[in-house]
Design a protein around this ligand. Sequence first.
Ligand code: ADP
Length: 488
Amino acid sequence: MRVLFVTSECYPLVKTGGLADVAGALPLALADDGVDARVLLPAYPGVRDQLQGARRVATLPDVFGGPAGLVHGTTVDGLHVWLLDAPHLFARKGGGPYTGPDGRDWPDNHVRFAALSWVGAHVATQGVGRWKPHVVHLHDWQSALTAAYLRFGPQPAPPSLLTIHNLAFQGVFGLDIAAQLRLPPAATHDDGMEYWGNLSFLKAGVLWSTRLNTVSPTYAREILGNEQGMGLDGLLRTRAHELSGIVNGIDDTVWDPATDPHIAHHYSVHKLPAKAANKTALQHELGLHVRPDAPLVCVISRLSWQKGLDLLLGALPRLLAAGGQLALLGSGDRDLEAGFRHAAVSHPGRVAAVVGYDEPLAHRLQAGSDAVLMPSRFEPCGLSQLYGLRYGTLPVVARVGGLADTVIDANEAALRDGVATGFQFSPVDTDSLAVALERVCDLYPDRTAWQRVQRRAMSRDVGWATAARSYVALYHRLAGEAAASTSR
Ligand code: ADP
C-alpha cells in the first residue's frame, strides 16, 4: 500500500501546529504496518537543507506562474519527502508558511496552496518515477483543493482521504480568484466550492474527497451540529456516513518522563515518587511557594478564545481558596496575557505566568505539575492532555472533542473501578471549571487514590500505533472501493 500525504507542514521540517506533528509522525508509524507513506510539502526557505540526499527528481515547467520542480530527500527519521520547489511561491524571506514578516497572510495564499494541491493531484495520478500512490491523504484547507483537481482532472484518479484537523480554518477567498485556480466553472459555482459569496478550499475537500475524517470521534460528531459546524455542518451531514474520527497519537519518545532531556529528575510509572523532585524544582524556578502539599495545576496553551482561558481567570480565586497553585505558559490574546500577568502579581508564590513560547519549559511544566488544565470551548484532538497522561500529570479537561475521548473522569464509580485518568467538566463555564479544580484539590491529599489515577493515566497507550492501525484500515477500504469501481 502506497499513500501520498499532501501537507503544508511536516515536523521536524516546518511546524506551526498539530498538523505538522501528524504529518511527520503518522507516515513513520504506518511503515510498521507495511504502508509506504511519503510526503509532498512546499520547499519553504531552509527546508531543503534539512533533508538528506536532496536532489531534483522532476521538472514542472509551469506551476501557477513559474517553473518548478520536485526535490526528493529523506528526514533524519527516514521519512521520504518531495519538496515542491517553486521559488516564485515559497522561497520567501521572513514570516512563516502562511504569513509574511508583518504577521499578515501572504496575499497570494490561494495561489500558493492551489499550486501545492495541483501538484499533489499531478503526483497522485502520474506518480514520480515508478512510485504511484494507491491513496492520497489530504490535510486541512491547504491541500484540500487536491480533491477538486482529482475530481475534475484526468481519470482514473486514486481515492482521497481528507483529514480535518481544525474546522475553524477553511481557506476562504473572494470569488474573483476563481479564474486563477485552473478549475472548470462547475467547480466554483454554488453547487461547488462557492461558500456564502466566497470560495472555500476546505469546502472543496469536503465535497470531493472520497472519504473524510477528523482527529477524534467526538469532534467528528460535534462538527455535524450547528454549534461546532462552522457553516459546513449542513454539507458535512450529507456525508456523515463517510466521516469518521481517529484520535492522534503523540511522539512518545520525545515525551517520555523516563528519558526527557529537558527535565532534571527522570521517572516512570514504576518510579513514580521521583516525580516529586520535578515539582520542587519547578516551584523554585517559577517563584512559587515550595509546598509539596499544594496541588500545582499548569496550563500550556495558545491564549485564544478557543482555549477557554478567560474562564480560568474567573475560576482562579476558587482554585487558590482550595489551596492550589497555578503555573501558566502561553501567548496570544493580549488581554489574556495581561490578565494572567496581573494574577501572578496579585498572588505571589501561588500564581506564576510566563508569557511566550518555550518548549523546554513546557516539558518541565508537564513533569513538575500535578495536573494540566484544558478548559477548551472546542478541541478537535488536543495534545497537552495526552502529554499529561504520559507524565502522570492528571488532565483537567472540558468534555468536548478529543478531550472527551481521551480522559476518563475521576467520578466515584471510575475511582472505585480504577479506570479514572483525570477530570472532566461540562458545561464549559466558569462555575463548572471551578468545581473541577476544587475536585482536584479534594482528591490530591488522598495520596493512594491520586497515585492510582496517575498509574492508570501513565499506562494508557498514547503513541501512534493505535491511530496508524485505524488509518491503515481506512486506506485499505478506500483502495478496495476504488478497485471495485474500476472493475465494474
Ligand atoms: P493547538 O494545536 O490547538 O494549539 P494542542 O493541544 O493540539 O493545541 O497542541 C498544542 C501544542 O503546543 C502542545 O504541544 C503544547 O505543549 C504546545 N504549546 C502551546 N503553547 C505553548 C507555549 N507557549 N510554549 C510551549 N509549547 C506550547
